[in-house]
Write a protein that binds this ligand. Structure first.
Ligand SMILES: [Zn+2]
Length: 70
């Protein structure tokens, strides 16, 4: 599996990771982005976990959002 390109975290510059919500591992979807350095979380909701159906979607939306910030 090729690694998805992620823009660095806007808070600390560390490269974030694509994660899958713990309660939903092994099922479809529930992907979100998390920065391991500063614990910034993107695309996560407390009641349903990650909001993205695929890692690709999570990466795409993250990169778009970060571009909008800068
Ligand atoms: Zn960070």
């Amino acid at each position: 599996m090729s690694k998805l390109e992620l823009k660095p975290c806007p808070l600390c510059g560390y490269e974030p990771e694509i994660c899958q919500s713990e309660a939903y591992i092994g099922r479809d979807g529930h992907y979100f982005i998390q920065c391991a350095a500063c614990a910034w979380v993107f695309g996560y909701q407390t009641d349903c976990g990650g909001i993205y159906s695929t890692p690709e979607l999570a990466a795409k939306d993250w990169n778009k959002s970060i571009s909008a910030i800068y």
